[in-house]
Design a protein around this ligand. Structure first.
Ligand code: NAP
Length: 259
């Protein structure tokens, strides 16, 4: 834990894809600084483990099986959060899918699966959360994007295109929902050490070292380093920040790095 105070004390957060990787890191770092956290995705086994870790930190937690592509399940996720914890202050749209394939070989099913999770899922969750946040006139929505909206990402046209949509959604909802006291921002991580990304993106021999060499700080990020950016954006320290993208990538994008 890098933050000294309980800066999210009393806050209730939902983290989609909170059972693994960056989402798990965000859920745990949120809990360490005082938040009660709901973790939601498809695999209950992963979610239950994270929820137990959160409870061991002295916070309340709930694992809710949710496919973010399913609007009924998304609405139920928000409903259960509110019935259990009384409110919803923070939503982190982190759930995603990705795999490398040349664009001309990408099946329509593959395209739709990724776009549905990343772009549609982010909107469904944001919309459901906003309905709870609007009457309270407060809320923080944080989307996990990537630097692909500016750089492109050869081999992952489905994910890169969907992330660009989320990037634009972030800006649009920030403007629309500012009148309700809801801020909407996104974090664009660079290469970050997770099992999911390793399997999907840099499993080819030599890929890890090649990517690392292209990062000015000469290393991959950790899930905690992405989570600390989320803690900041979820906290009162970021109350005047909305529609912003926080790039956390060791300088890779600014150095013109492509993956
Ligand atoms: P990850 O561990 O594979 O996380 C993806 C999460 O999404 C999983 O927990 C998965 O859980 C969940 N998920 C997938 N489909 C879902 C669905 N239909 N409904 C609900 N949840 C679903 O990968 P990660 O590296 O931590 O990635 C997390 C986020 O960071 C993603 O948005 C990714 O695009 C972004 N990102 C990562 C990197 C990186 O280098 N790691 C770089 C840039 C951006 P279930 O299988 O249980 O559903």
């Amino acid at each position: 834990m890098i933050f000294k105070d309980n800066i999210l004390s009393g806050q209730v957060a939902v983290v989609t894809g909170g059972g693994t990787g960056i989402g798990k890191g965000i859920a745990l770092e949120f809990a360490k600084v005082g938040a009660d956290v709901v973790v939601a995705s498809r695999k209950m086994e992963n979610l239950e483990k994270v929820a137990s870790e959160i409870r061991a930190l002295g916070r309340r937690s709930l694992a809710i099986q949710t496919d973010v592509r399913n609007t009924e399940q998304v609405d139920e996720m928000v409903k259960r959060t509110v019935s259990e914890f009384g409110k919803l202050d923070i939503l982190v749209n982190n759930a995603a899918g990705n795999f490398r394939v040349p664009a001309e070989e990408l099946s329509i099913n593959g395209w739709l699966a990724v776009v549905n999770i990343v772009l549609n899922g982010t909107f469904y969750c944001s919309r459901a959360a906003a309905k709870v946040m609007i009457p309270l006139k407060r809320g923080k929505i944080i989307n996990i994007t990537s630097t692909a909206p500016w750089t492109g990402a050869a081999g992952t046209v489905h994910s890169a295109s969907a992330k660009a949509g989320v990037w634009t959604m972030t800006k649009t909802l920030a403007i629309e929902w500012a009148k309700y006291g809801i801020t909407v921002n996104d974090i664009a991580p660079g290469p970050t050490e997770t099992e999911g990304a390793k399997g999907a993106l840099w499993s080819e021999p030599g890929a890890y070292e090649r990517i690392k060499e292209g990062i000015p700080l000469k290393r991959f990020g950790s899930v905690e380093e992405i989570a600390w950016a989320a803690v900041f954006l979820a906290s009162e320290a970021a109350n005047f920040i909305t529609g912003a993208t926080l790039v956390v990538d060791g300088g890779a994008w600014i150095a013109g790095r492509r993956y």
